[in-house]
Design a protein around this ligand. Structure first.
Ligand code: HEC
Length: 153
């Protein structure tokens, strides 16, 4: 498997540095592989979608402590405090735009992947804060609504 990266002694497994690189590649690959079967299923709950797409970084309870968070150079936010950070009101439209990739805050091209193109669930409509009608994928809205249920205060 690692033949290409193996030292000249030949036949030996890859060196430690190479192992690290391989681990990183595996993590990236695992994210892509995990996401694929979920997108193929029509009916998933927001909780199940969250676990598949988000918990790896944001943590199962959304506290920002998923296993991949330690590998990122940017801190992974606690998603249970989204309402608290927005004056007590859950910023539903913003969260939808962040998940589907329309709101490119801080780091696009950064560590937070863009999920819009992977999501299924048909199309969904919600009211934006400015009275505008916002359209997104059904699964994006389900995840955002699931996050509402996790808010601390
Ligand atoms: C690869 C790790 C990773 C995955 C997977 C991930 N996120 Fe994030 N997320 C981040 C990081 C890091 C940030 C903050 C830095 C940035 O991108 O600007 C962030 C930011 C956010 C924010 C903004 C928080 C704030 O305080 O404004 C929301 C909301 C969010 N993510 C929701 C989600 C949801 C929902 C999912 C799953 C559909 C998800 N994230 C998947 C790493 C991830």
């Amino acid at each position: 498997m690692h033949v290409k990266d193996a030292p000249a002694r030949c036949g030996h497994p890859a060196s430690e540095g190479r192992e690290k690189e391989t681990v990183m590649r595996t993590v990236v690959l695992a994210l892509a592989v995990l996401a694929a079967p979920v997108a193929a299923q029509a009916e998933e709950t927001g909780a199940a979608l969250y676990r598949s797409y988000c918990a790896g970084c944001h943590g199962v309870a959304a506290a920002g402590d998923g296993p991949l968070a330690a590998l990122l150079t940017v801190p992974t936010p606690d998603l249970t405090a989204l309402a608290a950070r927005n004056g007590g009101e859950f910023p539903l439209a913003d969260v939808v735009r962040i998940i589907d990739g329309r709101r490119l805050f801080q780091a696009h091209g950064g560590p937070m992947p863009v999920f819009g193109p992977m999501m299924g669930g048909g199309s969904a409509v919600l009211d934006g804060p400015d009275g505008a009608v916002l359209q997104t994928r059904g699964d994006v809205l389900k995840i955002a609504r699931f996050l509402v249920s996790l808010q601390d205060g």
